[in-house]
Write a protein that binds this ligand. Structure first.
Ligand SMILES: *[C@@H]1O[C@H](CO)[C@@H](O)[C@H](O)[C@H]1NC(C)=O
Ligand SMILES: *[C@@H]1O[C@H](CO)[C@@H](O)[C@H](O)[C@H]1NC(C)=O
Ligand SMILES: *[C@@H]1O[C@H](CO)[C@@H](O)[C@H](O)[C@H]1NC(C)=O
Ligand SMILES: *[C@@H]1O[C@H](CO)[C@@H](O)[C@H](O)[C@H]1NC(C)=O
Length: 304
């Protein structure tokens, strides 16, 4: 009798284990050593629709693609909701890249609400024409150029890259001043488009507040982008809490909760209640198994 009960318990536990395994996140993935998780995804239909067609994994290198170009993703910080991007044609402290080859930073208007360079990120525009829209409509003392989080052109000029430019340098072309280098935040112009701004190059650096580092040699070069699902994270939270995976429909707009064999427009709890009787049976089976377990313990105790 006891042997039979143990057999029943073992088979019921196995059955409930296999049911529990249905809910694994089918969208989470990896690229190199980076984890791709909500709101990002590599597959269409996964993640938040504001981040669709954005990330691509090529030879273990994660690429970020927007209208201004492609960037390498160096880091995704899910806690601070930020991405760190690298543009190979961006100037740093060691090299100034001219010829307007850099991407700058501009996103499609529909995507703009979901991501924007951090307020502590400085863009330094290099070698801009006197006709640049940057310098139009500003009385000379009120150029948009300024220091951002303690980073600006004055200090950037101390970088070895500027010495290496030599005699045909921007310094002799433009003289030291706003045409030579102009630092600003993304907020002040909303798009870093080198051809539109008539600039030869750019650099971008960020500081991870409250850390303040001394000197441009110590700055982190790259573009720090903040992302947000626009206060719309309730949907995904409820979906995941009920064992689902967050995604969106083929229209690329409407959010979906993927619940194993079906999709829900709210969360997986609603599906469980209406559709699946097997899950209800499984919880009944679990209760029954628990009951039998008590019985076995009682029987064993009574025998001793
Ligand atoms: C990921 O790999 C890159 C080199 O490919 C390395 O620079 C970086 O530190 C690694 N990041 C982590 C978190 O291991
Ligand atoms: C659920 O939605 C995803 C993403 O749009 C889709 O790939 C999948 O086929 C859908 N599954 C069902 C059962 O409709
Ligand atoms: C940058 O500006 C140029 C010229 O105004 C324009 O043709 C191009 O589409 C812009 N690029 C982006 C990414 O907005
Ligand atoms: C920017 O910082 C430098 C050095 O830290 C300083 O000399 C300069 O006055 C600052 N410029 C502005 C516009 O605040």
């Amino acid at each position: 009798m006891v042997n039979f009960l143990i057999l029943v318990i073992v088979s019921l536990s196995l059955a409930s284990l296999s049911l529990a395994n249905i809910h694994t996140n089918i969208c989470r993935s990896y690229c190199g050593n980076l984890t791709i998780d909500y709101p990002f995804a590599l597959q269409y239909g996964c993640g938040h629709p504001g981040f669709r067609d954005l990330l691509f994994c090529m030879n273990n290198v994660l690429m970020f693609h927007i209208s201004s170009g492609s960037y390498r993703v160096l880091d995704i910080d899910y806690a601070y909701k930020a991405l760190t991007l690298h543009d190979p044609h961006m100037s740093t402290c060691n090299a100034i890249v001219l010829g307007g080859k850099g991407n700058g930073f501009a996103v499609e208007p529909w995507r703009a609400p979901y991501m924007t360079p951090d307020a502590d990120n400085v863009f330094m525009l290099i070698g801009c024409s006197a006709r640049s829209p940057l310098f139009q409509g500003f009385p000379s003392k009120h150029l948009p150029c300024r220091n951002i989080s303690g980073m600006g052109c004055e200090e950037y000029h101390g970088c070895p890259a500027w010495d290496m430019l030599g005699h045909a340098s921007l310094g002799s072309m433009f003289g030291s001043g706003p045409l030579d280098c102009c630092a600003l935040s993304f907020e002040s112009i909303k798009a870093i488009n080198l051809s539109k701004l008539e600039c030869e190059g750019y650099s971008s650096a960020y500081s991870l507040a409250p850390l303040r580092v001394d000197g441009p040699n110590e700055w982190s070069y790259g573009i720090r982008v903040k992302y947000s699902v626009q206060g719309n994270d309730e949907f995904c939270r409820a979906c995941e809490a009920t064992g689902g995976t967050c995604g969106y429909g083929t229209d690329g707009i409407r959010q979906l909760c993927m619940c194993g064999s079906s999709n829900s427009t709210s969360n997986c709890e609603s599906i469980k209640l209406s559709v699946s009787s097997s899950i209800r049976i499984s919880s009944m089976a679990n209760t029954f198994a628990g009951f039998l377990m008590c019985l076995v313990v009682l029987v064993t105790f009574n025998r001793q």
